[in-house]
Ligand binder design. Structure first.
Ligand code: Q46
Ligand code: ZN
Length: 312
């Protein structure tokens, strides 16, 4: 099997693109896909300051690496959840990448430690407020990423969601006809109101397998194990189903997700409609000032409840 581009020995086959690549052409292909995503979805420009949400996994580290290689000003933001050995290992991966690649390229790594800032690790916090760990975690991560982006004047916040993540999420949303979520699903979420950072997903054109291969070929060490709290059995099932379809018919995932984006683009200018809707519904949280649809935002409610539950 030879590289489709340069004809030397290929190291990876990409059935959905009817192509095979050597290491250097594959790296070029990944950079190209990210550059296309950024351009076609008007994510950001070379002068914008970007903050990448890094977890220590393959997707977010690959994203940070690609953005720096493409010449963007991209810093990292890591939330230490305080989940024992898992958090220690994932933080080590993030620190190692920062030291070896990001800092030498002029970038900065910000760290938020839940045990210090919210007063307890994510599991204890969830128990205090009687909510599932992952929903507590989601509330805190969303809040702190947004806060870091807004307070430190970043133009945009980038996350490592890939094609598999987005296709699985779309399948879930379609199966349950979650119209509100369908409307919001996309690679670019504009900064709808003051206090809400613009959010982008530059990896939506690349699959999980391609991103793992990118890390291995480019010697980026990442944490392979999932978070021990991962209870996303549903998402895993949707990914499995999509992988079966993909094996039978390469390209299914991309037709499904990109097709959804294309159809919606034709139907209307969704971001404009959504911005207007959001603006009508959002106002500052009466406690912390970040945008929310309620009187008090979900983060402040969660923290107030946690404080009430602390004995003494
Ligand atoms: S990190 Fe947090 Fe995930 Fe772990 S606790 Fe659940 S939500 S599974 S992306
Ligand atoms: Zn608040």
């Amino acid at each position: 099997m030879n590289c489709t581009k340069c004809k030397t020995k290929a190291v990876i086959k990409l059935p959905r693109h009817h192509a095979a690549f050597c290491k250097s052409c594959f790296t070029g292909f990944v950079h190209d896909q990210v550059a296309r995503a950024i351009k076609s979805e008007a994510m950001f420009g070379k002068d914008d300051r970007i903050v990448v949400a890094v977890s220590g996994g393959k997707d977010s580290l690959a994203l940070w690496d690609v953005l720096l290689k493409l010449g963007y000003k991209a810093d990292g933001f890591y939330v230490n959840l305080g989940i024992g050995g898992y958090s220690e290992r994932s933080y080590r991966m993030v620190q190692r990448f920062a030291e070896m690649v990001a800092v030498p390229a002029g970038a900065v790594l910000h760290t938020h430690t839940v045990e210090q800032e919210e007063g307890a690790g994510i599991k204890e916090l969830a128990q205090l407020v009687h909510r599932p760990t992952c929903s507590t975690c989601g509330t805190i991560k969303r809040y702190q990423f947004n806060r870091a982006a807004v307070e430190q004047d970043y133009d945009v916040m980038a996350t490592g969601h890939n094609l598999d993540d987005e296709a699985a999420r779309l399948l879930g949303n379609v199966l349950h006809w979650q119209e509100g979520y369908l409307e919001k699903q996309g690679p670019t979420l504009p900064a709808s109101v003051d206090g809400f950072a613009k959010k982008v997903k530059p990896l939506y054109r690349l699959s999980e397998r391609e991103l793992a291969a990118y890390c291995v070929l480019n010697k980026i060490e990442y944490i392979v194990d999932e978070c021990p709290m991962a209870q996303g059995a549903r998402t895993l099932l949707y990914k499995e189903v999509l992988n079966r379809l993909e094996t039978e018919s390469p390209g299914t995932k991309q037709y499904f997700y990109w097709g959804f984006l294309e159809t919606r683009r034709k139907q209307r200018s969704s971001s404009v409609a959504m911005t207007e809707k959001d603006q009508a519904m959002l106002h500052p949280c009466s406690t912390c000032g970040q945008p929310t649809t309620a009187e008090i935002c979900s983060y402040c409610k969660l923290m107030a409840r946690a404080k009430r539950e602390v004995p003494g």
